[in-house]
Ligand binder design. Structure first.
Ligand SMILES: CC(C)(COP(=O)(O)OP(=O)(O)OC[C@H]1O[C@@H](n2cnc3c(N)ncnc32)[C@H](O)[C@@H]1OP(=O)(O)O)[C@@H](O)C(=O)NCCC(=O)NCCS
Length: 328
């Protein structure tokens, strides 16, 4: 039985510790002017040493539950999108559900890097629309600082930590308008963590060679990001017979302000419709879109029937967009 789906709760959490551009200039040969002008970033939130991704996810989940007026026991399935799980296995979602007091419910992770939220939203909405589950919590959560090489100025200025959660619920109105997802695994080393998996298991040498950190060919990523964000946004909208003019908000993955600006220029979306919080958080991978959505929600800027496009790209390479109608 096909039913509709709506978002009934949004919540986010960012750790307290702040790493500014000035702090980074003490670690590597960089400066505020370079970082601000090339990326739009000013600060990032960084986990404490004893904090892991599930700790951030649980806080965001509790806030989404409070916003929805629900208990964790009323959620049927938990999905965590992350590339920085607490452990390679078990899935971080299992730990999160248990910490929320919902042991026994379905729980699994999605690993598709910075595209995690749009892939996760497509999967979670599908579970609800197909009638498999009535309520699904989707959390994008990352502790990227734990896999960031703070001796590499080309990457360490970019990443931060945080989590955002949404609760999807079956509904007579259908807010899922369309999705467009894609991936190209022909050059995984453009953006990847080389060590620690079954290709290069951890050894003293992989540690010495910094293989357990994020490695990235920044220019390659930049080039593909703009075109994929534009194409997938347009395709997701087309599936709902909509155009960029119908959008109330575009919520892009926050990887680089110049990438966001270029994509929105192609899409001809005015700046006031583009949600940007990159200066505060940097790139938080799968958490960046729900962090931005939570800001919009708590600011009271979302109205009934607003059309939102969520769009992201990342390691894989991967990309995707979801067009969504907001139900207040
Ligand atoms: C990483 C990125 C900001 C670099 O910006 P860029 O304009 O492409 O800069 P370049 O890599 O060409 O580097 C230009 C110069 O700045 C230097 N540089 C790199 N990082 C620097 C830093 N943090 N501070 C100061 N200088 C830096 C480079 O060494 C290079 O110096 P050179 O000209 O003497 O060789 C940009 O490529 C980017 O954002 N790419 C996408 C990354 C991304 O989105 N990743 C996540 C995807 S989910």
């Amino acid at each position: 039985m096909q039913q509709g789906v709506r978002i009934v709760g949004v919540g986010s959490y960012a750790p307290e510790r702040i790493l500014t551009n000035e702090d980074l200039a003490k670690l590597v040969d960089t400066n505020d002017e370079w970082i601000s002008s090339r990326t739009g970033m000013k600060r990032r939130h960084i986990v404490a040493e004893d904090q892991a991704t599930s700790d951030l996810a649980v806080e965001a989940a509790k806030r989404a539950l409070a916003r929805a007026g629900l208990d964790a026991g009323q959620i049927d399935a938990f999905v965590v999108a992350t590339v920085t799980p607490d452990f390679l296995f078990p899935a971080t979602a299992c730990l999160v559900a248990n910490r929320l007091g919902a042991t026994g419910k379905a729980a699994f992770d999605i690993s598709i890097a910075c595209s995690g939220f749009v892939y996760g939203l497509t999967v979670a909405a599908g579970l609800v629309r197909s009638g498999v589950y009535n309520r699904v919590m989707l959390i994008g959560a990352e502790s990227l600082s734990k896999i960031t090489d703070y001796t590499d100025r080309a990457t360490c200025v970019l990443f931060g930590d945080g989590a955002g959660a949404i609760i999807l619920e079956g509904s007579s109105e259908d807010c899922f308008l369309g999705s467009s997802l894609g991936a190209d695994g022909s050059n995984p080393d453009v953006l990847f963590q080389p060590g620690g998996g079954s290709r290069n298991p951890a050894t003293a040498q992989t540690i010495e060679e910094h293989q357990h950190y994020i490695h990235m060919a920044g220019k390659e990523v930049f080039k593909f990001a703009v075109s994929k964000m534009v194409d997938s946004s347009l395709t997701a909208l087309q599936k709902a017979h909509l155009t960029p003019d119908d959008m109330a908000y575009l919520i892009p993955h926050q990887a680089n302000l110049r990438i966001i600006d270029s994509a929105t220029k192609y899409l001809k979306v005015p700046a006031e419709k583009v949600v940007v919080n990159i200066a505060e958080y940097g790139n938080t991978s799968s958490a960046s879109i729900p962090l931005a959505l939570a800001e919009l929600d708590s600011d009271g800027r979302l109205k009934q029937d607003d059309v939102i496009v969520f769009v992201a790209f990342g390691g894989g390479l991967s990309w995707g967009a979801v067009a969504w109608r907001w139900a207040a």
